[in-house]
Design a protein around this ligand. Structure first.
Ligand SMILES: Nc1ncnc2c1ncn2[C@@H]1O[C@H](COP(=O)(O)OP(=O)(O)OP(=O)(O)O)[C@@H](O)[C@H]1O
Ligand SMILES: [Mg+2]
Length: 295
């Protein structure tokens, strides 16, 4: 099926289980710009859900960089080295099709993705998919199967145009971005084929102490956009050096008090955990209603 924006998606829903069968809630972390914090958010969300007693499946669709997959591998290495068992999601690795013919390549990737997703949906409470900062067939497939999409946007140079054209003075909203249109198509398709919706949540990441006026303007711009293109806004994560220190050791903010961790746990990290908690609350994920967050 070729959609209005030219995205080719298979004519059938992907990774759908029979009605009445318990299936995991699928969370896709995506945007099409690099470095906004997708892999960091995917990892923190996965570990947070595990620490809340949920089982989690994970797919890293960033075939080139594999940051999420490498983050998980670093975690395993840290566990092995320190003899400390850390919660880990079940990860499925997908490789790109080697077919040179585009139709054959897409068909093969659709098969691989579908098989992985069905397995993870049947065996876990949540599936977290980290998508690449580029438009790929895998990424489109993932968005079409999402129950929730989280889009981190880089706050240091607010990426409005990732979402839509916006007049910097009047905030008049123009054409939605290709990414917003793609998500719109995925939503329409999911509503038509599965009678379900996709909850799209945008969060600011790497927030810094900008002046109050600028902060207010960014907030107003995002609010306008959220109404026009249909997403919810989550409170974001501040800019903190800790995130860069955590990746190579495979730890998250929630692991700093484990035996073997040499990263001191500071007030900044307490505040960062609060931001993660706030994100989880705003996401309103199924099965977590009223549940205490143990971190
Ligand atoms: N809140 C933050 N404060 C400081 N550094 C951060 C924050 N969030 C992410 N980073 C750092 O920014 C870099 C990019 O983050 P990340 O890899 O999560 O982005 P991404 O969107 O997955 O990138 P890509 O599009 O390349 O996959 C990483 O070095 C990460 O540690
Ligand atoms: Mg990434």
């Amino acid at each position: 099926m070729t959609t209005q924006t030219g995205f080719r998606l298979p004519a059938r829903p992907i990774g759908r289980l029979k009605d009445g069968v318990k299936a995991a809630h699928v969370i896709v972390v995506g945007n099409e710009k690099g470095g906004a914090g997708k892999s960091t958010v995917a990892m923190h969300l996965a570990i947070a859900l595990l620490r809340m007693g949920k089982s989690v499946g994970a797919i890293d669709l960033d075939i080139r960089q594999r940051s999420f997959g490498r983050y998980l591998a670093n975690r395993q290495a840290w566990s092995d080295k320190h003899g400390v068992a850390l919660p880990r999601p079940e990860e499925i690795r997908l490789s790109p099709s080697a077919h040179r013919d585009l139709d054959l390549a897409e068909a093969e990737e659709t098969e691989r993705f579908s098989e992985a997703l069905i397995h993870l949906k049947q065996t876990h409470d949540f599936v977290i998919i980290d998508s690449p900062g580029a438009d790929t067939h895998y990424s489109r497939l993932a968005h079409s199967t999402a129950d929730s999409v989280i889009t981190p946007i880089n706050d240091s140079f607010i990426d409005f145009d990732l979402l839509a054209e916006i007049d910097p003075d009047t905030y008049e909203v123009g054409r939605p971005s290709i990414y917003s249109e793609m998500l719109w198509e995925c939503r329409k398709r999911k509503a038509a084929m599965e009678k379900r919706s996709i909850d799209w949540v945008v969060m600011r990441n790497r927030m810094t102490m900008v002046d109050a006026r600028n902060k207010r303007r960014v907030g107003e711009g995002l609010k306008m956009l959220s109404q026009r293109i249909g997403f919810r806004l989550a409170p974001g994560f501040a800019e903190r050096v800790i995130y860069r220190e955590l990746f190579p050791v495979g730890l998250t903010l929630l692991d700093l008090t484990e035996d073997g961790s040499t990263i001191p746990f500071t007030m900044s990290h307490v505040a960062a955990r609060q931001e993660l908690r706030d994100l989880i609350i705003v996401l309103k994920l199924p099965g977590l209603e009223g549940q205490a967050i143990p971190f």
